[in-house]
Design a protein around this ligand. Structure first.
Ligand code: NAP
Length: 535
């Protein structure tokens, strides 16, 4: 508590000026909107199969700070990537709103850290229960803002809610240590204490789960958070805020400050350099991660970085082709190829190459259905925006110009500007862009190889290392390859590896730290050594 009082007083001096020009004004007990235009009602547009009929309580457009819904001076539009339809206008927070949110989180931290682990656990559990009760509405929000097929959006809501459930259980399992030193009159203790306020910045590809994977751990540990969601997908973050409030999570523990891409740089800098913030937790591209690491370095903050990948998917001669094809479909085409653990490069051994490519192409044609995420049977929704489509197109054109063969797909889809055909390329070589840049779209490029050593060398010839997959029926090879792949997560004869119980994270430039699992909560805890003498 002493730390809190010291920082609060010095923070108050520093923060006095941050409220100038900000539409949030501090007062005892919380923050209230400054006089000005009244907050507008949610202006989300409903459409058949979309958001029509959704509970207005979940369709929020204001920021959520200190337990209050607050408008910002400006708004930005959010669009459905499938149809281009406007979904709503959302509060476009700036630096002053960001600083106010940090202040609210810091004030809440001073009391939240004192709440018993059992009580934190029970509140997280209530939040989880509310997510499950509202799962259909939450899934529809994800499909509307990200384009993800509704079935996958439901899957994300369960995955997302399970992080709250998991960390509600982990909250009560934070233990310290007693150490016996050589000095007979002393005992050494190790305490685990919450880090403080965490700045949380998340991407659009899992608009809900990338938040709860961080926030569940942070809140369980006794930290409070300021979340900046992606411009494309703020509604899921705001719906989570409504449910946190209904669950009784105290004001200021979970704050959300949406902002436009135009403001992301300065809002990111404001929350990542604020002296009241102790931890930066980011999921997104390696490029942005490096910017945030600079912010962290200047003020020496703890960091968790979940960054980009370039997952290899290796099929050895001994593999079961059907199993490998099923794994390839799952790992490549989930979320239309827009996950950080999606296979980016397929390495297939010469002996099995032709059989695998043929079976993979047939399976793609049979199982992948491009469409609006709300339509029954759609497995491939739109990409998030036209820039994403341009990148896939660039990778295909580059590969073809250097000698790759289009087995299936290869061009934009007639459904609209954000759609691209699921594409399989063979005769791919390592000089092609798609083998060393993350495509983040529905493109599967196949490289042929001869030996295990060659496959390992190709797989590891990159400066990132998030996930890697391989298919083999040879036990000795399985051990060798699993140990040699330079990645944080390995799928052996398996294309889907994410689970709340298991540690998620990468090596090299794919990031720092692990999320989920029994290790995830450690990212939000400090060790304090206490030497107890005079015994
Ligand atoms: P991104 O451009 O890095 O954006 C991620 C978040 O950072 C968004 O909220 C974005 O805001 C914000 N941002 C962008 N520039 C910023 C800046 N200068 N300062 C502060 N914040 C900033 O990543 P993305 O393209 O949306 O997401 C795809 C990437 O995320 C891929 O590389 C993927 O592999 C990676 N990813 C990794 C994991 C993992 O667990 N390792 C999981 C999912 C995705 P705006 O939306 O306003 O731009």
């Amino acid at each position: 508590m002493a730390t809190c009082f010291w920082l609060r007083s010095c923070g108050a001096r520093r923060l006095g000026s941050t409220f100038r020009g900000c539409r949030l004004h501090p007062r005892a007990g919380g923050l209230v909107p400054a006089p000005g235009p009244a907050p507008g009602p949610a202006q989300l547009r409903g459409y058949a199969g979309g958001l029509a009929g959704l509970s207005a309580a979940l369709l929020r457009t204001d920021s959520f700070v200190g337990g209050r819904w607050l408008p910002a001076a400006a708004t930005f539009p959010v669009q459905d990537p499938a149809s281009g339809a406007a979904l709503g206008m959302v509060a476009d927070c700036g630096v002053s709103e960001a600083r106010a949110a940090v202040r609210a989180a810091y004030e809440a931290f001073c009391s939240w850290r004192e709440v018993s682990a059992k009580e934190r656990s029970s509140l997280l559990r209530k939040w989880y229960n509310l997510m499950i009760q509202n799962k259909d509405d939450l899934a529809r929000i994800i499909t509307a803002e990200s384009g993800k097929p509704l079935k996958e959006a439901h899957g994300e809501i369960f995955y997302s809610a399970f992080f709250l459930e998991w960390f509600s259980e982990e909250a009560r399992r934070v233990y310290g240590d007693i150490i016996y030193t050589p000095a007979k009159d002393k005992r050494a203790l190790v305490l685990k204490q919450p880090v403080g306020v965490a700045a949380v910045i998340t991407p659009w590809n899992f608009p809900s789960a990338m938040i709860t994977r961080k926030v569940g751990a942070a809140v369980a540990a006794g930290c409070t958070v300021v979340v900046k969601p992606a411009e494309d997908t703020p509604f899921s973050a705001l719906a989570l805020a409504e449910l946190a409030s209904q669950a009784g999570i105290p004001p200021g523990v979970y704050n959300v400050i949406p902002c436009s891409r135009k403001n992301a740089k300065e809002v990111g800098e404001a929350i990542c350099t604020d002296p009241l913030v102790s931890k930066i937790s980011f999921t997104g591209s390696t490029t942005t991660g490096k910017i945030l690491l600079h912010h962290a370095a200047n003020s020496v903050k703890r960091v968790s970085m979940e960054l980009g990948g370039l997952a290899p998917f290796i099929v050895f001669d001994s593999a079961n082709v059907d199993q490998a094809v099923a794994g390839a479909l799952a790992s490549k085409f989930r979320n239309t190829g827009q996950t950080c653990v999606c296979s980016n490069r397929f390495l297939v051994q010469r002996g099995i190459h032709d059989a695998f490519v043929k079976a993979f192409a047939e399976a793609m044609e049979k199982n992948l259905h491009v469409g609006n995420g709300f339509e029954e049977g759609t497995t491939q929704g739109p990409l998030i925006n036209e820039k994403a489509v341009e990148k896939v197109e660039k990778h295909v054109n580059d590969a073809v110009s250097k000698g790759a063969t289009i087995v299936t797909g290869g061009k934009r889809h007639h459904l609209g500007k954000n759609f691209f055909e699921p594409t399989l390329l063979s005769n791919v070589t390592q000089d092609m862009l798609c083998t060393h840049e993350e495509t983040f779209g529905p493109l599967a490029p196949v490289i042929k190889f001869d030996t295990e050593e060659e496959a390992i060398a190709i797989a590891n010839a990159t400066d990132v290392g998030l996930a890697g997959y391989f298919y083999s029926q040879d036990p000795a090879q399985i051990w060798r390859v699993a140990e040699q792949l330079e990645v944080g997560m390995v799928g052996i004869n398996e294309g889907l590896i994410s689970s709340v119980e298991c540690p998620f994270g990468g090596v090299k430039q794919s990031g720092l730290g692990r999320e989920g699992s029994k290790y995830g909560i450690d990212e939000y805890l400090e060790l304090k050594y206490v030497c107890y003498g005079g015994l």
